[in-house]
Design a protein around this ligand. Structure first.
Ligand SMILES: [Zn+2]
Length: 471
């Protein structure tokens, strides 16, 4: 497999005549010069005879989307939980399918999910990988992300799915293994894929376990730590976040739907970030997305997909859901008072920000990506505009957030490398992937069926999961 984390050296790319969708020069038509993986220049007219020219006529250029919370390994289970609430998900996935995944299933799910995300304009993903049932599972996930050519934060999961014959006999074995991964696969934080940690939900484990998990991430100097927070029925105890040192600029809390204003204030004061995944939050009975509360408190804030075992992997859908839900919540007091709201509260420009620069901030990459500026890494997406569905053309942010479809994405560039051109992934054997995904899903279902008929451990595991006695 081609190592897509390596950049072709000294190759320049010149995008001619594209309309910027964000930033100070939004809606201006410009040329963008890309060199050594970075945006080298943005100007009305650039001449670079040594650059490969890419015609940007009738396109909108936006920073690549940043997905701040996804479990890529569940790509093999697409749609299996489409009608599930969170309890079904715990029963079906966390103590079910997760126990029978092989390293090959993990590789396939993470790789397929990552390239599918790329096709939809996601150039950076924070992968909350809570399927690490053995060192081989961890290796598979890391390799898949590196092979996909996406910018990614591989967050090694400390959660222990209740497998029948665990390779990791105790939780310290996982801490030891993430140390191996750091040393052998991610010795620095300079690569396209970097290492982080995904903690076990606080309500699933005793306080000392959370403290150990945080300490492990800290000792390995990991720049990213993520965990699920405040997804019903979980209560959020700020004191416990403090005592376990579960806060700070490295932290990205996902969901936070049931958290109150005091928690968001705490997150803002400690520099922790919040990511909302509106499709799963709204659809699985978690509660209303935290967008309004997080923004009001001033936390770093972004969006994520969460799981395609439930919903759509498309960030455009997610962004629109986030926007309209935030508007509904903003207007609801007026509605209840039988008054016409004065404003919608949030604009299409705001929503595009959450999906791009906001997300970059929420995963600690604001200095590198998230905007189209000279000096930033060249992660960007070109949308084609000569479509009936986008005509007549509105301002670029509105066109992308409200009217664009992922099929309007023509080009996706990550770190200066063209990953999608003409709407097609480059160097990805889609035809070969499809039967593999079908087969992997079939085998996972067979194995879980087998496990269920052999023992009643699944329901026991579920009971202990929801009663907080995971280990
Ligand atoms: Zn999640």
């Amino acid at each position: 497999m081609l190592d897509k984390t390596r950049r072709e050296p000294d190759r320049k790319l010149l995008i001619k005549g594209t309309q910027l969708a964000a930033g100070r020069h939004a809606d201006e038509i410009v040329d963008i010069l890309i060199a050594n993986g970075k945006i080298a220049d943005i100007a009305p007219q650039i001449d670079a005879t040594d650059a490969e020219v890419l015609d940007g006529n009738q396109t909108l250029a936006t920073p690549g989307f940043v997905d701040g919370h996804r479990h890529l390994w569940q790509t093999n289970l697409r749609g299996m939980l489409a009608n599930a609430v969170l309890a079904d998900y715990y029963r079906g996935v966390r103590v079910g399918y997760a126990t029978v995944y092989t390293p090959d299933d993990v590789y396939l799910g993470v790789y397929a999910g990552a390239v599918d995300a790329l096709r939809d304009g996601v150039t950076t993903v924070l992968d909350h990988c809570h399927i690490i049932n053995s060192p081989e599972h961890a290796d598979a996930a890391a390799s898949a992300l590196k092979d996909a050519g996406i910018r990614a934060i591989f967050c090694y999961g400390f959660y222990a799915p209740p497998v029948k014959n665990p390779v990791f006999r105790q939780r310290h074995d996982r801490y030891h293994d993430v140390g191996r991964i750091r040393r052998d696969l991610f010795p620095s934080d300079d690569g396209l894929v970097t290492l982080g940690a995904a903690l076990t939900e606080q309500w699933l484990v005793p306080e000392d376990v959370t403290a150990d998990e945080v300490r492990t991430a800290h000792d390995l100097n990991l720049r990213n730590v993520t965990l699920h927070v405040g997804a019903n029925p979980a209560k959020t105890d700020i004191e416990r976040f403090r005592s376990t040192k579960c806060f700070g600029p490295a932290f990205t809390y996902s969901h936070c739907v049931s958290c109150q204003a005091a928690f968001f204030k705490f997150a803002a004061e400690t520099g922790s970030a919040v990511v909302s995944t509106p499709e799963t939050e709204l659809g699985m009975g978690m509660g209303f997305p935290s967008t309004n509360k997080a923004l009001e408190a001033g936390t770093r804030f972004g969006l994520g997909i969460d799981i395609v075992s439930f919903g759509n992997g498309d960030m455009l859908t997610t962004t629109r859901l986030a926007l309209q839900t935030a508007r509904a919540l903003h207007c609801q007091p007026s509605v209840l008072a039988d008054k016409m709201p004065e404003s919608a509260g949030f604009s299409t420009k705001d929503a595009l920000t959450w999906a791009t620069s906001g997300g970059a901030g929420a995963v600690g990459l604001a200095d590198k990506i998230g905007s189209l500026e000279v000096g930033k890494q060249a992660d960007l997406v070109l949308f084609t505009t000569d479509r009936l569905s986008l005509s007549p053309l509105s301002d670029a942010a509105t066109a992308i957030v409200m009217h664009a479809r992922s099929n309007d994405i023509d080009t996706v560039i990550v770190d200066g490398q063209v990953r999608v051109r003409g709407g097609e992934l480059i160097g990805v054997d889609i035809k070969g992937l499809l039967p593999k995904l079908e087969e992997s899903k079939r085998l996972i279902l067979d194995r879980v069926q087998q496990a269920r008929s052999e023992q009643s451990n699944m329901s026991k595991a579920y009971e202990s999961l929801i009663s907080g006695k995971n280990e």
